[in-house]
Design a protein around this ligand. Structure first.
Ligand code: CA
Length: 654
């Protein structure tokens, strides 16, 4: 075994297994189990009646067949039975583990489960069309955490159905209200987003699924079983079928509403290292090792996986394929994608295209530590052209809008930093090679096409926009900060590229930190900028905020409607930008004209506290979007007055 630790490529050459039947397959009355464990001297299959506890039915010896694969078959369907493998290595060392290919599991992901997935489909599952998305720039992505979204009673799910709160079944609740405003699914429809990006819903490690109300919380970036669902979000984690049924019902409800579902996938590390199911089956193979043969920690979470190793590469493909085919998933967001090698990500893109070209793929073009792999072969943002069809979070527009994420008092364009103007201009061009900005901040030009730039200024990481403004613009009035927030949204949504919003951002979400009683409040402790395990109090969506900040919500909605109304806001090729996008030569603000064959827009971002008089381009315009969130059908020409800290969009009268 040791020889392979230093030369995994030898193992890949000699023992790669390429078929798609690892895990359990039920074929008529026969149930087959296959597992890849090339270092083992023997492998056993254990069958149980439960997901935990002392209830073993039997143990069967598996037989070594080809390329390190072990196999056993039973002459009946094992539906409803739980299973594990026992891996035996030299010196009779035995270790029991869940199958990395388990597609269903019992409570806390300790044992796999054999299920008949078709039995768990909602009645009209096969008739519900998947939402179409011709090009990623047509998407408007909204990042949500299942529990945050409905755990507060203000979500409008009645007390009599309180069990649905914080779970799959509550997420897509229909007809719910908080006071005068919509919540849950109706909220998503009203806002007009096209896709929800769900923070991890695969099985993660750190929450005891049996105690969902024990005051524990996690975002879920602690992966345990990549092909299983998390049990914390279903009404009965002890019955392995329940999470599957309830998740499918949620996807069905979202699809019926025309909303796509993007999964956040965290293949870059495993929560456990020596105790992970990967290491138990094939020690040292699935993770990257340092020159000293220690686990490399490029994730900052204790280890990093080795996407370049053939069987992990295949595993990623098999997992994505499974989620698409079984659950109709519409896209994937790759956590710390900088840790994955470029060849793997490009292969995944090609394979997803074969299933459905509209499947979205994007990720973080950075890592959480130093990876044990050559930097020029990894999906770092600076290698973007090598994987041009996979999107990247645009940290340049993010920091340009509001200031550096890592400097509490850092400011950007909306909170008064005029130096950020160029970052905004580059952001407007989706950070593509836009000819007329050549020579100006060329380091901000990295996207192969607009679709590669995932534009955002708030996500689950770091302070919310509203909290960031509270600290970095504390001398501004609350009204001014509201205007800054709205201007930030306008930049995200009206720039070329793919807009991305964080749930609740559209009504000034805040994450107040929970502090021991009597702690004096400072700028450094008021808000939680890394709330991954903070209580619900910090993380949950307060739907009352929507009613209170309905003006902000309406503005976001109006921006999304405007974006969807014209392809000029959603250009697909850099060449189109050269032809249709022109910046205004007034360098005091950021303004640009979008000229199409049939329509033209003039967009102005004024970040100054006072009004600015701006000359419109030649022609007659009307105010398409301004403070009232509605068009003002009055012809204007020449100079217009743009209110302080605001965005106004004019449309040419034809
Ligand atoms: Ca779990």
């Amino acid at each position: 075994m040791k020889k392979y630790i230093t030369d995994y490529s030898k193992l890949d050459r000699e023992c790669y297994y390429g078929r798609d039947d690892l895990g359990v397959t039920v074929d008529g009355e026969i149930t087959r189990f296959k597992v890849w464990a090339p270092f083992c001297s023997c492998v056993y299959l254990n069958l149980y009646t439960g997901g935990e506890g002392d209830n073993k039915i039997q143990t069967l010896v598996m037989r070594s067949i080809e390329n390190g694969v072990w196999y056993v078959e039973l002459m009946h369907t094992c539906y409803g039975q739980y299973y594990t493998y026992t891996f035996e290595f030299a010196q009779m060392k035995r270790i029991e583990s869940i199958d990395i290919y388990a597609k269903a599991c019992g409570v806390n992901g300790e044992r796999g489960l054999v299920v008949d997935f078709d039995e768990l489909n909602p009645p009209d599952w096969n008739d519900i069309p998947k939402p179409r998305c011709e090009n990623p720039v047509d998407a408007v992505i909204y990042e949500c955490h299942i529990r945050d979204f409905t755990i507060d009673p203000s979500c409008g799910i009645p007390d009599s159905e309180w069990q649905r709160r914080g779970r799959f079944s509550g997420f897509a609740a229909k007809g719910t209200r908080c006071g005068s405003v919509t919540t849950c699914l109706d909220h998503l429809k009203e806002l007009g987003i096209t896709h929800v990006q769900l923070m991890p819903v695969f099985d993660y490690a750190t929450i005891d699924e049996k105690k969902p109300f024990a005051g524990k919380y996690n975002w879920g970036y602690d992966p345990k079983n990549y092909m299983c669902l998390e049990g914390y979000y279903c009404s009965d984690p002890e019955e392995g079928e329940v999470r599957i049924r309830e998740f499918k019902e949620m996807v069905a409800a979202l699809h019926r509403a025309g909303i796509g579902v993007i999964m956040d996938v965290v293949f870059n590390h495993t929560y456990y290292t020596e105790d992970s199911a990967f290491h138990k089956a094939v020690p040292y193979y699935y993770h990257r090792l340092t020159h000293q043969n220690r686990f490399s920690n490029g994730s900052g979470c204790g280890n990093e996986t080795a996407s370049e190793h053939f069987m992990f590469r295949k595993y990623m493909l098999d997992a994505l394929t499974f989620w698409v085919k079984e659950y109709k998933i519409d896209g994937f967001r790759f956590d710390l994608m900088g840790l994955h090698d470029i060849d793997t990500i490009n292969m995944l893109r090609r394979e997803m295209d074969k299933l459905d070209t509209s499947i979205l793929m994007y990720g973080e073009g950075w890592t959480g530590g130093e990876p044990a792999y050559p930097a020029d072969k990894l999906c770092y943002k600076w290698n973007s052209y090598s994987f041009g069809r996979v999107g990247l979070f645009n940290d340049n527009i993010r920091d340009g809008i509001k200031g550096s994420t890592f400097e509490l008092y850092g400011t950007g364009f909306v909170n008064g930093n005029d130096h950020a103007r160029i970052a905004i201009k580059r952001g407007v061009t989706a950070n593509t090679r836009y000819r007329r900005l050549q020579g100006v901040a060329d380091d901000l030009c990295w996207a192969f096409t607009p679709a590669q730039a995932i534009n955002y200024c708030e996500a689950h990481d770091n302070n919310t926009l509203w909290d960031k403004l509270a600290i970095s613009a504390k001398n501004a009035t609350e009204e001014e900060r509201r205007r800054m927030d709205k201007l930030a949204a306008a930049i995200v949504i009206l720039s070329q590229g793919v807009p991305f919003l964080h749930s609740g951002q559209d009504f000034l979400r805040s994450k107040p930190k929970v502090l021991p009683e009597g702690t004096p409040l400072t700028d450094f402790n008021r808000f939680d900028e890394n709330s991954y395990n903070a209580p619900d109090y910090t993380n949950k969506i307060h739907w009352e905020d929507k009613e209170k900040n309905i003006d902000v919500f309406r503005w976001y909605r109006a921006l999304i409607m405007l974006r969807k109304s014209s392809p000029l806001f959603r250009m697909r090729l850099p060449e189109e930008l050269d032809r249709h996008l022109h910046f205004h030569d007034n360098n005091d603000i950021v303004a640009f004209e979008l000229t199409g064959d049939e329509e033209s827009y003039f967009v102005i971002f004024n970040n100054h506290r006072d009004d600015r008089h701006i000359d419109l381009p030649h022609g007659t315009f009307y105010e398409r979007l301004g403070e009232s969130c509605r068009p003002v059908y009055k012809a204007v020409q020449g100079s217009v007055c743009v209110p302080g800290i605001s965005c106004v969009v004019y449309k040419k009268l034809t």
